[in-house]
Design a protein around this ligand. Structure first.
Ligand SMILES: [Zn+2]
Length: 160
């Protein structure tokens, strides 16, 4: 057990041996903030990520090119790791991606490329991105998650 002083609110908090082991095993630094302050911080980060995404999404849809640095480095992701893995197993090979990481990276490239064609799917409001050169098609949900990425053709894209 270890007593720490929260760097945000100044209150003392204790880390149990179990918690200390947890952070050490993951090679992470021990928390500098009490649990309440950590939660508050996560909430703020989540919200700012969401705002960043919403503005980025608008810019991408309208083909505006003046992305901020934060927007440029923003990585779109699948809803969770399971979804990423599932789609990677199904489509990774055809997309010429050997790892889930590469698969995600390539999808992000298509989303952000100025050359990609874009359209809004009528049915559920997904934004669909299509790279004419490679045939890569990426679906992004209105909440900002990548739904899928695979290879297709221009006729298929136009039917979405
Ligand atoms: Zn605190």
């Amino acid at each position: 057990m270890q007593k720490q002083k929260c760097i945000s609110c100044g209150n003392q908090f204790t880390l149990t041996d179990k918690e200390i082991d947890f952070f050490n095993n993951k090679n992470l630094n021990l928390p500098k903030r009490c649990e309440a302050c950590r939660e508050k911080r996560n909430e703020i980060e989540k919200r700012s990520r969401k705002n960043l995404f919403v503005r980025l999404f608008e810019k991408i849809v309208t083909s505006e090119n003046n992305l901020t640095k934060a927007q440029n480095t923003f990585q779109f992701s699948f809803k969770n790791n399971g979804e990423l893995k599932e789609h990677f197993i199904k489509h990774g090979r055809e997309c010429n991606c050997k790892t889930p990481k590469k698969y995600l990276k390539t999808a992000n490239k298509i989303i952000k490329s100025k050359k990609s064609l874009k359209r809004k799917e009528a049915e559920d409001g997904d934004i669909v991105y299509f790279n004419e050169k490679t045939g890569g098609i990426v679906f992004v949900s209105p909440k900002g998650y990548i739904r899928s990425f695979y290879l297709s053709d221009i006729d298929y894209f136009k039917r979405q």
